[in-house]
Design a protein around this ligand. Sequence first.
Ligand code: HEM
Length: 280
Amino acid sequence: MSLPASHPAVHDHKGKTCPVTGETHGFCPPQEGDSRSVCPALNVMANHGYISRDGKNLSAGDITRGLKECYGLSSPLAYFLAYVGFMIIRKFARRVSLFEIGKHNAVEHDASLVHHDTPQGSKYAPIEIDQKLVDDLIDDVRPTHKDFADAAEPGERFLLNFEDVARARVRREAECRPIDSVHAEIARGEMAIILGVWDVKGKQKSGIPVDYFRRWISEERMPDGWKPDHVQSLRDVVARSKQIRTHVAFLRGDGGKQAPPAPAPAAAIEATSSPISEKV
Ligand code: HEM
C-alpha cells in the first residue's frame, strides 16, 4: 500500500493509538501490512483508531463499538450491521481482517460506486478506489457544482442527497455487471446510512456536505473535528433507503408517469434521527 511522500516512516499499527502521532482518533493512513476493505466506513474507523489501526483480528463486537463511537449509530443499527455482516461472510463469533469483509457476492457486490467489479475467479473484491469513479459520483449531484456556485447564497453548502445517490446507482448498475435485488438493496442501504449521519438542511436542498463525503469516500478520512450530533437509527436508514429505491424506479421509468417522489417530510426523518438518546 503506498504512502504520501510527506508521511512519517512506516510504523507498526497495533491497537487504536498511532505510535507516531500519539493520537487515538487522529488520521493516519494504512501502513505496510495493514488490512483494509471495500467499505469506506470500516476503513475510516481503522484510519482514525475506532477499531484496531492494523485492521486485523476484529470481532463483530469491536466493529459494533466502533460504529457507535465513530458515527453515532444506535445500538440496534450497529449490532445489525456488524453481526448480520459477519453472519453473511460466515465468520459469526470469529475474528476477521478487514480485507475478508470483501468476500465477493456475500455482502460485497458488483456495481460499486467507487470500486471496480471483482475480476472473474477472484474470491475477494478489489479495494483500490478509482478516483475517476469518485469524480463521476460527484458529477451526479444536481444542481451541479458549477450551477450551485453560480447561484449559492453566502454560507450555503454544496449538498448530496438521495436523488443524487439514485442517479449514481442507476448509472453504475448500467455500466457494470448486473446485480441481484438483495445486493441492490444493500448498495442503497450503504449510502442511506451516511446520508443519515451527515444530513443537513440547506435553503434549496437537504443532504450531506459534498466536501465531507468526497474526503470520506476517496481518502477514507473523517471531516476535521467532526463528532456525532445525533443517534443514527435503523428506522431512519430504512426510510432513506426507500427514498433512494423510489427515485431509482422513477429514473428508470419503472415508477410510471408519476412525478419524482417528494423528500420524506423532515419531521418524519427528524423523529427517528435526533438528538442523542438511545434509538432503534
Ligand atoms: C456506518 C456504517 C457503514 C456505512 C456508512 C457504510 C457505507 C458503505 C458504502 C457507501 C459502501 C459503498 C462503496 C462503493 O460503492 O464503492 C460500502 C461498501 C461496503 N460495506 Fe459498508 N458501510 C458501513 C458499515 C459496514 C459494515 C458493518 C460492514 C460489514 C460488517 C460493511 C461491509 C461493506 C462491504 C462488504 C462493502 C462492499 C460493497 C460493494 O461491493 O460495493 N459496511 N459501505
